[in-house]
Design a protein around this ligand. Structure first.
Ligand code: AMP
Ligand code: GLY
Length: 426
């Protein structure tokens, strides 16, 4: 099969790598891709938002399957464009990708179908939001309705901070039109878990769990980022919690979307908070997580091309989705200053060390070729990833491999997977 992957980050590198393991994959393309993805795929310089350009390319090259990695094209309706052209594509249609594209939509869906989540109110004008805050309990969480690169969430400890937050989102429009509507929700405490799943419209099969580290600095300090590293599985995600979520959250969400006339085919990423009252949904994403894909896919035994096709064909119930009984840790190497301002274009050294190192992966997030060298080209640069027989071993391996690579302004967190030490057994 000829397969096209759309996207250019560490997630798409992990997806392309996993597709390359499949005996069914003859030729892989990636648009636009990056310097690491180029090892498995021919990278083509078409933007992920150029739907017509991508569809024309897929037709010209007789692509058998296109896999959309990123949220923006999904929310924008790339799948509908491909389907209209008669092309096979993995990912939710626009009317289902709204599960990620609008927080107001997803909160209303959860309320209507009694899927556990934080209590909330939705506002489309700042005055209503400000009035509501006068009598609210703090801390409180403000969320821009639309896509904001994982940065449209403000946790406010006081009324003053929250008023400032309403101004930032709705008046100053710091997150653009994502802030036309806003959700204000109850602050929850507990451990966070990411659970990714494959969905074919009616059947859902979950992948092994993971835990992200969203803040930029050690000890969960600093600004929210796209994710600075993670590990899989989460030792806090027990069989009992899984059983509860399968019934009350995962299948309930798939059924709710179908009942709304928005059948979801693709990956649903459940961002969960394990609260004292039980698991609750923090957010939905309509795609693999980044860097969740980097720690989950190396542990997946099943041929991913078979799973993609089953999701498209509605035959996921016939797939036996399996994961290795091991662990994986990813430490993101970023450019110092991410997520605000940073320099790029620095040569990266040491990448060849991963070539023959079994169980070690260097997924590229922001890299490109320049004058025959691979240089940094983004805030998140590389996802240094390692397997181990358990989480502690995987973490030690990942941090060992962090030292193999070097570039100017290399920055990373030193405490990815610290929570592992607090787990009952890891
Ligand atoms: P989201 O983009 O909705 O996942 O939010 C980003 C991050 O903000 C989450 O990973 C949580 O750490 C935090 N967050 C979001 N909503 C809440 C909430 N209701 N209570 C506490 N923390 C939250
Ligand atoms: N790592 C979080 C996300 O992909 O949204």
């Amino acid at each position: 099969m000829k397969i096209l992957v759309v996207g250019s980050g560490g997630r798409e590198h992990a997806i392309a790598w996993k597709i390359a393991q499949s005996p069914r994959a003859e030729k892989i393309y990636c648009a636009p891709g990056n310097a690491g993805i180029a090892e498995y795929a021919e990278c083509v310089d078409i933007s992920a938002m150029d739907f017509d350009g991508l569809a024309a390319f897929a037709k010209e090259k007789e692509i058998d399957l296109t896999v959309i990695g990123m949220d923006d094209p999904l929310v924008g309706g790339i799948v509908d464009v491909f389907e209209k052209e008669g092309l096979r594509v993995f990912g939710p249609r626009k009317n289902a990708a709204i599960l990620e594209g609008s927080k107001a939509f997803s909160k209303d869906l959860m309320k209507k179908y009694q899927i556990p989540t934080a209590a909330y109110e939705t506002f489309s004008d700042p005055d209503g939001a400000l009035n509501y805050l006068e009598t609210a309990k703090f801390p409180i969480v403000l969320k821009a309705d639309g896509l904001a690169l994982g940065k449209g969430v403000l946790i406010c400890n006081t009324l003053e901070e929250a008023k400032e937050g309403v101004k930032t989102i709705m008046l100053d429009k710091k997150f653009g039109s994502a802030g036309n509507e806003m959700v204000i929700e109850e602050f929850m405490t507990g451990r966070e878990v990411s659970v990714l799943s494959f969905v074919d419209g009616k059947t859902i099969k979950t992948m092994s769990s993971a835990q992200d580290h969203k803040r930029a600095g050690d000890g969960d300090t600093g600004l929210n980022t796209g994710g600075m590293g993670n590990f899989s599985p989460s030792p806090f995600y027990t069989k009992e919690i899984d059983a509860f979520c399968q019934k009350h959250i995962y299948q309930a969400t798939v059924d709710a979307m179908a009942a709304e006339g928005r059948p979801f085919q693709g990956v649903i990423f459940f961002g969960l908070m394990l609260t004292e009252e039980g698991p609750k949904v923090l957010e939905y994403n309509a795609r693999f997580g980044d860097p969740e894909a980097q720690v989950v896919l190396p542990r997946m035994k099943t041929d991913i091309v078979d799973v993609f096709e089953a999701c498209i064909d509605g035959t996921l119930d016939q797939v036996d989705l399996q994961f290795e009984d091991n662990a994986c840790v990813c430490v993101v190497l970023a450019s110092d200053g991410y997520p605000v301002a940073y320099e790029k274009g620095y040569p990266i050294h040491g990448l060849e060390k991963f070539k023959d190192a079994d169980g070690y992966y260097c997924f590229h997030a922001g890299t490109k070729f320049k004058d025959g060298e691979i240089v940094t080209n983004g805030g998140r640069v590389l996802g240094i990833t390692a397997l181990g027989k358990n989480l502690k071993e995987a973490r030690a391996n990942a941090y060992k491999a962090v030292d193999w690579v070097d570039f100017d302004n290399k920055y990373y967190r030193h405490d990815i997977g610290k929570a592992i030490d607090e787990a009952p057994e890891a």
